[in-house]
Design a protein around this ligand. Structure first.
Ligand code: HEM
Length: 460
């Protein structure tokens, strides 16, 4: 009785890797090879403002203070707009030179062409697609009930389906294509991460490694699938998003994305950036709600008032649901590491940087920093309710990045996730199988290692 009462008042502290006993050394990072980046951070990293690591001929700074983060991502965008070499190399085989990993004039031109297509003012046209993909997923889960289902994989396919519907339309893509793409992305990520660690050790790109071959094969399969889908939609006959990307022009009227490869790069980028992030957030959100029935009850209550076919206006009242999604992204930011290389010599606090040096922001650390968050490791969605959120210092929360390179699909993703929760919770209930604890694992993105098998039950 007593223990039960205590448990009811204690906040939920969901799984996190045990902090390392000592500060990380690069040798240890490399030796850990297959391990998870987050477990390299020692306890003190959750309190530090800037951490520096020296490698031969290079400096790496981890910035973990809101003012410094603002300097790097907002005020000094010109100097720090370029993604790290690690990121460029890891993503290039799949998304080529697309805007996500490009910088300078090419980035600016493409961002200006594609960004506005995902702007909140254009979101209404995507709502039927959110609903459609969410209902298909609910149908599948209802069929699988009462068994445990890996929600990580199910959400990856469903969110890929959303972007595919937005790009290729009803007739231009099938559900099997979305599932195939989601699993190829996952396989690519697993293989590319290992390949990259070899590169960090100094092995040249041509060095034959089984992971390299696997990564290349997956990348080729992904690009082949995208090229096939693109070829299936005649020019002018696609949904507005595809036509806007395909028809993008420069200021002088010349085509912006000429040639098959360039178009495949941007389309692949939208599919990659637009699916796994939202899928991971939804996965952790359902897990957290399953662990915290009071939160689940409040979310259900709010979502019960959602109309059967919601549009942008219907989401306004979902304040608590949004707070839960935001808290899930605070605890498990899908993009847990944002890294940049300096384009010019610069100074950050007492450190002198040379061109090519790396500056990293780790939302995982910033979001759990003891100076800025009360009970930093606890699941407390109330902190994102409007009044409390206003008191939170700026630049301490950045699941969508910050500054000119902030996520172009943030509003799209937030709306999509709310619609998914509305549809899934209406029909289904989720619980954590006895003895199961997910393990957050971070390399290119943060996700539950080995998936998130939750038990699914139908309601009514
Ligand atoms: C929960 C959902 C999402 C999260 C957490 C998320 C997170 C992020 C983050 C952190 C970045 C910046 C990376 C950096 O600065 O290094 C980013 C960039 C980007 N995201 Fe998202 N994203 C989400 C959903 C989406 C969706 C749905 C789309 C498109 C449909 C999208 C499209 C993009 C694009 C195009 C960029 C590149 C922006 C640029 O470099 O200018 N994202 N996203």
């Amino acid at each position: 009785m007593h223990a039960h009462a205590a448990a009811a008042t204690l906040p939920l502290v969901p799984p996190m890797p045990t902090p390392a006993a000592r500060p990380p050394s690069f040798l240890r990072v490399l030796l850990r090879g297959r391990g998870d980046l987050l477990s390299l951070f020692p306890e003190e990293a959750y309190r530090r403002q800037v951490m520096s690591f020296r490698m031969p001929g290079r400096l790496l700074l981890v910035v973990n203070h809101p003012e410094v983060v603002r300097e790097v991502f907002v005020n000094r965008h010109e100097t720090y707009q370029r993604k790290s070499r690690f990121m460029e190399q890891a993503l290039a085989p799949v998304i080529g030179d697309s805007l996500f990993i490009n910088h300078g004039a090419v980035w600016a031109e493409r961002r200006a062409a594609i960004g506005p297509e995902l702007h909140p003012s254009k979101l209404d046209r995507f709502f039927p697609l959110f609903l459609r993909a969410a209902e298909e997923m609910a149908e599948d889960l209802a069929r699988a009930a009462p068994g445990p289902v890996d929600l990580s994989a199910a959400f990856a396919a469903a969110t890929a389906r959303v972007v595919m519907l937005a790009l290729f339309g009803e007739t231009g893509s099938r559900r099997e294509d979305a599932a195939a793409l989601a699993s190829a992305f996952a396989a690519y990520q697993a293989a590319a991460e290992n390949l990259d660690l070899l590169h960090m050790l100094g092995l040249p790109a041509w060095f034959p490694s089984p992971q390299g071959r696997t990564a290349r094969r997956q990348a080729a399969a992904i690009r082949c699938l995208i090229a096939r889908l693109l070829a299936g939609v005649p020019p002018g006959a696609g949904p507005p998003l595809l036509e806007a990307v395909r028809g993008a022009r420069r200021a002088d009227g010349s085509p912006l994305l000429e040639g098959g490869e360039v178009l495949v790069n941007e389309i692949g980028m939208l599919l990659l950036a637009g699916s796994e992030t939202a899928a991971n957030t939804l996965t952790w959100t359902l897990y957290l709600m399953a662990r915290h029935p009071e939160t689940e009850r409040r979310v259900r209550e709010e979502l019960a008032r959602l109309p059967a076919a919601p549009g942008p206006d219907a989401l306004g009242p979902l304040t608590f649901t949004r707070a839960v999604l935001q808290e899930a992204m605070r605890l498990y930011p899908p993009v847990a590491v944002l890294s940049r290389q300096a384009l010019a010599a610069d100074r950050i606090r007492r450190w002198s940087l040379r061109p090519g040096d790396t500056v990293m922001c780790v939302p995982w650390l910033l979001h759990r920093h003891a100076d800025w968050w009360e009970h930093p490791h606890a699941f407390l969605p109330e902190r994102f309710l409007p009044e409390a959120a206003r008191r939170q210092p700026k630049f301490t929360y950045m699941p969508f990045g910050l500054g000119p390179r902030v996520c172009a699909g943030a509003a799209f993703g937030m709306a999509e996730m709310q619609v998914f929760l509305g549809v899934l919770l209406r029909r289904l209930a989720f619980s954590v199988p006895e003895g199961f604890t997910p393990r957050p694992f971070c390399r290119l993105t943060l996700r539950p290692a080995g998936g998130m098998p939750l038990r699914v039950a139908t309601r009514r």
